[in-house]
Design a protein around this ligand. Structure first.
Ligand code: AMP
Ligand code: ZN
Length: 502
């Protein structure tokens, strides 16, 4: 029985989806103004493991991920500039080009980590769902949850009694903890923008304009607004503008998954603001729960602290590759720690994961497997292969993942399978193929590589192993050259020899 930690109830709960066979899963996606860093990627690996575990349990999963390509401001207080517009200026491109470029980077980076993404339309852009967002805001307006300020339409959190339930913070506590209000037109510090105006109306008193004589000042203020013309803006019943950051998730979740749906995920930083706000606007508008289970990935730290540009420790996949690491070593590193624990990234730890990955690959390559063992598993259903029933390690592997995705224990089961002398190689292969469907470490491909080596090459390699065992170095070298001539490089490692195609 699958059990998941639900942030909303602060408890480990048995998972019961709304529909017996199909799980609705919403995962907040990237703001595509910059390359994803390894912290972001940790959260996406956790969500990928969740998806694969649900499949292991026999569910089909309808998963949605949004692409934030408008409206995410540099401050969570609904102030500052739009991150997309900032990036557009920085790179001298249009906001649309920026979104396209960084979405592509995101797709490439996540692919190197074997993170599966939903396909369009379920991998969905905020800018392509403006009507749905406007409809939701209008619904909220109709029900009396909104008010207008000079710079936008806001959600009045005091009107939603459940506000703060996810993070366990009462509205008054939030108010007390909030920084000095940046926007004194907001009724409550936790109120948030649903729609922001491109051209906030200038209230003369606020602009420091005393009387008519100051009209020149007023003109320049208005020109100032004009100069700030946004690249991305849309008409709305309230004025030209753009959506607030949170509304896209509520609108797209409703459109593709309906409301309520089963599981909603993100990083822990989303709990107090983004997810509280999603819940408030969705539940206020439609009067039913947004999602039944809320799951959050803990943060990745770097060298014991927060990642920051000023410290130069905001690493991307490209940075790790440039240092010679395989991105899957990062995935293995992430799997070695439970998603609800903070994890500290260091290059020593990554090197350790890289060594473990190499060792795993080596083990898997050295398995002697009849092609049947592989063919059989490819045809097997998505769940764990039936031939594995009764194998303790495989059962433990499944139990570990069913226990709120306990990947560190699941990994230990994989190592035990490799080390257990009582299991035959073909059973091992079947187990590894099944486990790798969830772990996503490309171990299955490694098995394939052994199979792809022609018989005569394998025979020569075996002959070379034998002469090496007999310490006949001259013959061993001759066989190495022979293999090289045939296109195969022999590498001697501590664990035995490996064959690689030239
Ligand atoms: P963003 O693009 O900023 O919305 O972030 C994308 C995802 O990464 C969100 O689910 C965040 O919660 C998550 N995230 C951001 N920083 C970290 C971090 N240091 N460790 C883990 N997850 C993070
Ligand atoms: Zn979201």
């Amino acid at each position: 029985m699958l059990k998941l930690w639900n942030t909303a109830t602060r408890s480990l709960q048995e998972f019961h989806p709304l529909n017996e066979k199909l799980v609705g899963l919403y995962t907040c996606g990237p703001t595509v103004y910059w390359t994803a860093h390894i912290g972001n990627l940790r959260t996406y690996v956790f969500e990928d493991v969740l998806l694969r575990t649900l499949e292991m349990e026999g569910y089909a999963v309808k998963r949605v991920m949004n692409i934030t390509d408008v409206g995410h401001l540099t401050s969570d207080e609904d102030e500052g500039d739009d991150k997309m517009e900032v990036a557009a200026k920085r790179e001298g491109k249009s906001a649309t080009d920026i979104a396209e470029y960084y979405t592509q980077r995101f797709v490439e980076d996540t692919a190197t980590l074997n993170i599966r993404l939903p396909e369009a339309p379920l991998f969905c852009k905020a800018t392509e769902h403006i009507p749905e967002q406007l409809e939701l805001i209008q619904e909220l307006e109709k029900k009396g949850f909104t008010y207008q300020t000079s710079d936008g339409i806001y959600f009045d959190t005091a009107k939603f009694p459940n506000y703060g339930a996810l993070s366990g913070q009462k509205l008054e506590e939030k108010e007390a903890g909030a920084r000095v209000a940046v926007n004194d037109e907001k009724r409550n510090a936790s109120d948030f923008a649903l729609w922001k105006f491109s051209y906030p109306s200038v209230i003369p008193a606020k602009a420091g304009i005393q009387d008519e004589k100051d009209s020149e000042t007023m003109d320049s203020r208005l020109r100032g607004n004009d100069n700030k013309k946004r690249q991305q803006e849309w008409p709305s019943p309230w004025g030209i503008g753009f959506p607030g950051w949170h509304i896209e998730c509520s609108a797209m979740a409703k459109k593709y998954l309906g409301q309520p749906f089963d599981i909603h995920c993100g990083g822990v930083d989303h709990i107090p603001v983004h997810h509280e706000n999603e819940i408030a606007q969705s539940e206020a508008a439609y009067g039913v729960k947004l999602a039944n289970y809320w799951m959050h990935g803990e943060f990745l730290l770097v060298d014991g602290g927060k990642m920051s540009k000023s410290l130069g420790n905001v690493y991307s996949i490209a940075d790790l590759k440039a240092k010679g690491f395989d991105p899957l070593a990062l995935r293995l590193l992430f799997l070695g720690s439970h998603y609800r624990q903070k994890q500290n990234f260091t290059f020593e730890a990554l090197q350790g994961a890289q060594n473990s990955l190499n060792k795993l690959r080596h083990h898997v390559r050295s398995l002697v497997v009849p092609p049947m063992a592989i063919g059989g598993t490819q045809d097997a259903e998505k769940g764990l292969d039936s031939r594995l029933r009764g194998n303790d390690n495989v059962t433990d592997f499944k139990t570990a993942l069913e226990d709120d995705l306990n990947t560190p224990v699941a990994l230990a089961c994989l190592w035990k399978i490799l080390d257990d002398a009582s299991i035959s190689d073909d059973q091992r292969v079947v187990a590894i193929v099944s486990m790798d469907r969830v772990l996503g470490l490309n171990l299955t491909q490694e098995i394939g590589r052994v199979i792809a080596i022609p018989e005569d090459i394998l025979a020569l390699a075996k002959q070379r192993e034998d002469v090496r065992a007999a310490r006949d170095w001259a013959e061993s070298d001759r066989l190495r050259d022979e293999l090289l001539r045939l296109g195969w490089i022999v590498k001697d490692t501590k664990l035995g020899s490996e064959l690689e195609q030239k």
